[in-house]
Design a protein. Structure first.
Length: 267
């Protein structure tokens, strides 16, 4: 191993030190304030692993570019004027270069601020686990996916680093031909990290599987609905105030079903 001069300090260490001492204004705020119009979050941009939510990200990122320098695959880019992302912030385009899911996650390790957090990509023992990343989630365009046409293609499935976990193949009979099986890919949103290797590998002219930020790709169920078969989700009932009509409780089930008075009452 090469001996390093202890008197020298890396750019990353210098930035981390300055940030801790309140050097954000000098490093990020003032030089960039004249370069960008506003710190607005971008809706469809994909950030590096470990990124905090978009609003906090654009507020905390000092646009130093260290994460971009540390990426060994040149996946990350600093946004330029005209790009979809806020100028100077890191992002990636999976169709060009996906995230190759480094196990040591150097971009997160190098970040001098709280824009990329180790906690978001680590196990409980504080060790990095890239499979915890939530950069986005892959979405399949079933209208243009060749596999859904009945043409044999498993490019996205084979490219997925979490084989048979993030993307699985469902085998179905081809009703159109009555021959062979259709191998339809399906994404497990709970496991998909949004690395984009599937999008990069897709053989259609415009990718028929593509990564979107999770908040854009996934719906959200309100608190009125609970998975009764899921003990963890059902535990939310413990902190929920449930109204119980005591008059109805005193009635038997048969009396309740035979009570048509409430149906005929307009009040």
């Amino acid at each position: 191993m090469e001996n390093k001069d202890s008197s020298k300090i890396s750019r990353g260490d210098l930035l981390k030190g300055l940030v801790k001492k309140g050097g954000l204004m000098m490093l990020g705020g003032l030089p960039w304030a004249a370069y960008v119009e506003e710190n607005k979050e971008e809706e469809f941009v994909l950030r590096p692993p470990g990124a905090v939510d978009e609003k906090k990200f654009v507020e905390s990122c000092i646009k130093c570019g260290i994460c971009v320098e540390e990426c060994p695959y040149d996946t990350l880019k600093l946004a330029k004027p005209g790009d979809d992302a806020l100028t100077g912030t890191p992002f990636f385009t999976p169709r060009d270069i996906p995230c190759y899911m480094c196990t040591d996650i150097p971009c997160v390790e190098a970040c001098p601020t709280d824009s990329l957090l180790k906690d978001l990509v680590s196990d409980d023992n504080d060790k990095y686990n890239i499979e915890k990343a939530e950069m986005g989630v892959a979405v399949i365009d079933r209208k243009n996916c060749l596999a859904y046409w009945g043409i044999r293609c498993d490019a996205c499935y084979r490219a997925c680093p979490l084989l048979d976990e993030a993307i699985v193949l469902n085998f179905e009979r081809n009703k159109r031909t009555g021959k062979h099986a259709m191998m339809k890919p399906e994404v497990n949103a709970d496991i998909c990290t949004g690395c984009g290797m599937c999008e990069h590998a897709c053989i259609t002219e415009k990718a028929s599987i593509f990564v979107l930020p999770r908040e854009k790709a996934l719906g959200k169920v309100n608190d009125d609905y609970i998975k009764g078969w899921d003990k963890e989700d059902e535990s939310r009932l413990d902190s929920t105030n449930i109204y119980i009509d005591k008059n109805q409780v005193e009635k038997s089930t048969l009396d309740y079903l035979n009570d048509t008075g409430s149906l005929l009452n307009d009040e």
